[in-house]
Design a protein around this ligand. Structure first.
Ligand code: UDX
Length: 438
């Protein structure tokens, strides 16, 4: 198949590379000339395991190329994917101006039948608007179908998620469009669910909200465990073994962050309000997520008493491991909260420090160092904010020797309480009984 993808950001680039990998001819389009130049020079603007190899291999095989011209993309493909940002507005609703602009631009160059696929996360009924816009701006009256095909990839394992999806959702009333979409996805051997456009659009917000609800449920349980002395990991195992519930996304911690969950839950609340059927349950999901970070800071205050001038080490800045993405990261919020209270913070992250500085997400006073051990030098407390694997393999004797006082606050339940006790640390995690030196 000949495919073009408009928007070479996270979703667009990974999708394009994976489509090329299974043998399609792919044109990735972006209006940011610097990004296109970087990609043409073989530089991948994001860190995602496996992506660089995939891009280089498929560019070399001439199955993947980059351009800044939408006309080039539309002229030379049967299926045109839209994968542009849909950022939140201050009230939580979705800004659809990039989608609208791309729809207009496609309409301006459309001369023959094309399937136009929305891959960006959009509110239900956006497909109808895209169809109207293309009809309005297309002078040659070309035939086209608009399809909703939401993306479910997770950062950090995006390539694997795309190559082996749990399901592919195709929302379209047109047999012609569905047949072409099935050809696009045939090589992935995934279950395909065909729906109407509105249902497909809704599936994306409903799925992400449900996952966030699971996390908040586990976090609410962790508060009950902290108050009662039970162990939230055991409780999650116990309920997760019921196949109707499932163990995944029940890990208690500092709460969810990232560029999807916070934005999508806020959007779904705004969408349901707009439709006159407020989804109030999701407001509680948001509140539990916020409370979780506050509860964690409270537990640090309880131990350190006053945070002003305390030297605190923080491990992890990205919103989750195996990514360099620091957008809407709870770890970043946490560091900012600590600095506001007067703490002196030294932080280390394997991949996220550059972007944290570039986007000015941290106060200047926060010291960034080049190793986990350097971060703990002279620290009165160590906070684990993102569960990178390398933190699980540190030399605890050295950590203890370098710290001023051996106290660990584990915001992701990464370490084993008994091991921490053996090493002589005071250890507090989330919803698990505190073991260790008092
Ligand atoms: C999410 C969805 O999983 C994906 O399907 C969608 O396409 C985009 O949004 P992503 O944001 O990349 O993907 O990361 P994910 O792995 O889902 O984690 C999101 C946040 O939830 C992270 O901050 C993570 O730390 C947190 N989380 C996840 C928990 O706190 N507990 C869990 O059990 C799982």
């Amino acid at each position: 198949m000949d495919i073009s993808i408009i928007g070479s950001g996270y979703v667009g680039l990974v999708t394009g590379a994976c489509f090329a990998e299974v043998g399609h001819n792919v044109i990735c389009v972006d209006n940011d000339q610097r990004k296109i130049d970087a990609l043409l020079a073989g530089n991948i603007p994001i860190y995602e395991p496996g992506l660089e190899d995939l891009v280089q291999r498929n560019v070399a095989a001439r199955r993947l190329r980059f351009t800044n011209s939408i006309k080039d993309g539309v002229d030379n493909s049967q299926v045109v994917f839209i994968a542009v940002p849909t950022p939140p507005q201050p009230d939580g609703s979705v800004d659809l101006s990039f989608i609208e602009r791309v729809a207009r631009e496609i309409a301006g160059v459309l001369t023959d039948y094309r399937v136009i696929v929305d891959k960006s996360t959009v509110p239900v009924k956006t497909g109808e608007k895209v169809t109207e816009a293309i009809k309005r701006y297309n002078k040659s009256n070309a035939e086209f179908d608009v399809v909703s095909n939401p993306e479910f990839l997770r950062e950090g394992c995006a390539v694997a998620d795309l190559m082996k999806p749990d399901r592919v959702v195709i929302g379209s009333p047109s047999d012609r469009a569905v047949a072409l979409m099935k050809k696009v996805y045939e090589p992935f051997l995934a279950p395909i669910l065909v729906t109407d456009v509105n249902s497909a659009e809704l599936i994306k917000h409903a799925a992400n909200s449900f996952l966030a609800l699971k996390i908040s449920y586990a976090n609410a349980l962790s508060a009950i465990c902290d108050a009662s002395g039970a162990d939230v990991e055991k409780v999650a195992d116990g309920i997760g073994m019921d196949r109707r519930i499932g163990r995944s996304f029940l890990n208690a911690g500092l709460g969810y962050g990232g560029s999807c969950f916070p934005k999508d839950i806020a959007a779904f609340i705004a969408i349901s309000d707009d439709l006159g059927v407020p989804f109030t349950l999701l407001k509680e999901v948001q509140k539990i997520n916020q409370d979780q970070k506050e509860r964690f800071i409270k537990s640090i205050r309880e131990k350190l008493w006053i945070l002003r001038d305390k030297k605190i080490a923080v491990w992890g800045l990205t919103f989750k491991p195996d990514t360099d993405d620091v957008r809407s990261s709870v770890a970043i919020d946490l560091v900012n909260d600590l600095v506001r209270e007067g703490a002196s913070v030294t932080a280390y992250d394997p991949k996220g420090m550059e972007k944290a500085r570039e986007f000015k997400l941290l106060p200047e006073s926060v010291k960034l160092v080049s190793s986990a051990l350097d971060a703990v030098d002279g620290a009165e407390a160590l906070i684990l904010a993102t569960e990178w694997k390398e933190f699980a393999n540190v030399d605890w004797a050295q950590v203890k020797a370098r710290m001023a006082t051996p106290m660990i606050f584990d915001g992701r339940n990464l370490f084993d309480p008994a091991t921490m006790r053996e090493h002589g640390f005071f250890y507090k995690s989330i919803g698990r009984p505190s073991l260790g030196r008092k």
